[in-house]
Design a protein around this ligand. Sequence first.
Ligand SMILES: Cc1cc2nc3c(=O)[nH]c(=O)nc-3n(C[C@H](O)[C@H](O)[C@H](O)COP(=O)(O)O)c2cc1C
Length: 167
Amino acid sequence: MQQIDLGQLGKYVDAVNDIQSKWMLVTSQKDGKVNTLTASWGGLGSLWRRKVAFIFIRPSRYTNEFLKVNNHFTLTFFNGHMQEMGYLGKTSGRDVPDKIEKAGLTTMMVDGEPTFKEGRLVLICRTLYVDPIEREKFLEKEIDDELNPDGDRSIIYIAEIEKAYEL
Ligand SMILES: Cc1cc2nc3c(=O)[nH]c(=O)nc-3n(C[C@H](O)[C@H](O)[C@H](O)COP(=O)(O)O)c2cc1C
């Protein structure tokens, strides 16, 4: 495992296409428990003189219970492992508490934060700003109609990328 200079992060991850097509796991811990979900919405960028990650998490996700109380989470990127991420993206830790083991992934701690042995890159993130998506703010309401028919609109988490490691 090797720490990455954040100035070189772009060499390790394509902030648009990797997230959109190869997905990532958003992972956090609370009360000694770790939960994760698969995410394909989000990005990496520059904000408030910081390097940031932003993710969009629906309130119904069990992982959101973790993100609400813990200001740290990780983003883990993989080579492949789409089947495992597919499973984690349709199984809730609320219903299947050992979903990570069932997916065949192995949790490991890096700087006290949870990630996965099978991952290739982890970003350690500290939440700075939380904001719920609201229907009134869509300029194109058909996006809301299409993607939020039951009103479970995502919460935006903007987080500072504190550290990155090649796993
Ligand atoms: C490819 C893919 C991308 C996903 N992207 C997101 C996302 O960006 N935000 C989100 O809230 N859920 C997303 N999901 C759904 C969650 O991963 C899924 O509901 C998961 O089972 C939630 O687990 P949890 O209840 O244990 O948190 C995605 C699912 C898949 C398969």
